[in-house]
Design a protein around this ligand. Structure first.
Ligand SMILES: *Cc1c(COP(=O)(O)O)cnc(C)c1O
Length: 359
């Protein structure tokens, strides 16, 4: 069996989605968040396609190395910043911006004897309680940073939302208020991620930081990216490699989870959790076969999964099967698997062949 599972990346959808972000936040600069290999779409591919972004956001310095090696000259912001003194050498060599969220990082910068200014994004914790300083310390932190000769004076103040995908939730306006009152200093501000860009106009500040929406993804309950005008940037597909008749009362797959209610045709699709399709997807999760849905039956295995072909008498071996894409939102699969779309696109494994198309 040759390779059957393909992830096709729709480059024009990526560009469309950046345009949609710009339309929603016309006065903001846009950081394209490309961490986790561009949410699984391919770091260099995404960055090259989204050259219209004002900066890229990455999780780690190693991603900055990859982007510079690919010839990317944009601003690149390391969202978790530095961990040890040696990181500053790399940050300077690669000309990366760093997020500073902890006293430990401030101490490393203060101990650094290289006078070349570092570009710093000062991160406040306005309520998520993951990374960031207490906003009550903002003015003191700014004074300390400003006194350091190796820190660029154009500091960006940033924070991150915990619940911006819940438009009616009070937590987001509360975080916005804490962010607004942190300091009177005239600094560039950045707080909005994708869901906040869509739902909270007040969050569209000097910089917005778009991740999921660029890939056409939503994490909001019962919604998909397309509902907000974004286009899915990934299609995951494979093919039918066997069609079998299975008798009424027989059980299908590991654990015998599915019992055939009648004599029926079962199709075998060449994709499984070894490719990144979630093993937790339950019986009934749809795939698309010849333009129509067919439900998964039984447990997804490493290389293969089974589908119910009772409504697909015309199916033949080698038919293409779409697991998710513009015609079958990944958000539906994520819901069936008890997770979110981001985890699914991030989880595509190396044995899947990546293709690109302009559509
Ligand atoms: C991942 C991340 C983003 C992007 O979040 P989305 O919900 O994917 O838009 C923005 N800011 C920070 C700090 C992040 O870690």
């Amino acid at each position: 069996m040759s390779r059957s599972a393909f992830a096709t990346i729709h480059l024009d959808a990526l560009r469309h989605n950046l345009g949609r972000i710009r339309a929603l936040a016309p006065r903001s600069r846009v950081m394209a968040v490309v961490k986790a290999d561009g949410y699984g779409h391919g770091l260099e591919r995404v960055a090259r396609t989204l050259s219209g972004a004002d900066a890229y956001g990455v999780a780690a310095i190693a991603d900055g190395q990859r982007l510079r090696a690919a010839g990317i000259g944009h601003r690149i912001v390391v969202l978790s910043g530095i961990d040890e003194a040696g990181d500053l050498l790399e940050v300077r060599r690669l000309d990366l911006d760093i997020v500073v969220h902890h006293d430990h990082q401030l101490d490393l910068i203060a101990a650094d004897r290289n006078p070349r200014p570092l570009r710093v994004w000062l991160k406040l914790d306005t309520g998520m309680h993951r990374l960031g300083f207490d906003p009550a310390r903002t003015d003191a932190l700014l004074a300390r940073l400003r006194a350091l000769p190796n820190v660029h004076p154009d500091i960006v103040l940033m924070s991150h939302f915990a619940r911006s995908d819940e438009p009616l939730e009070a937590a987001t306006p509360q975080q916005l208020a804490r962010f607004a009152s942190a300091t009177a200093a005239p600094l560039a501000h950045s707080i909005a991620n994708s869901a906040a860009i869509v739902h909270f106009p007040d969050a569209r500040q000097d910089w917005v930081r778009a991740g999921g929406a660029l890939y056409g993804l939503s994490v909001e309950q019962d919604r998909c990216g397309a509902d907000d005008g974004f286009r899915p940037a990934m299609s995951l597909s494979s093919k039918l490699v066997a069609i079998n008749r299975v008798a009424k009362g027989e059980r299908v797959g590991y654990g015998g989870l599915y019992e055939c209610p009648e004599d029926m045709a079962i199709g075998i699709v060449a994709i499984g959790y070894g490719d990144g399709y979630p093993r937790s997807a339950v019986t009934g999760t749809p795939v698309l076969l010849n333009g129509r849905e067919a439900p998964i039956v039984g447990r997804v295995s490493m290389d293969l999964m089974m589908i119910d072909l009772r409504q697909h008498a015309d199916a033949t071996i080698n038919d293409r099967v779409l697991l998710w894409g513009p015609e079958l939102p990944v958000e539906r699969i994520a819901t069936s698997a008890g997770t979110i779309s981001y985890e699914l696109t991030c989880g595509i494994t190396r044995r899947v062949l990546f293709l690109e198309d302009e559509g």
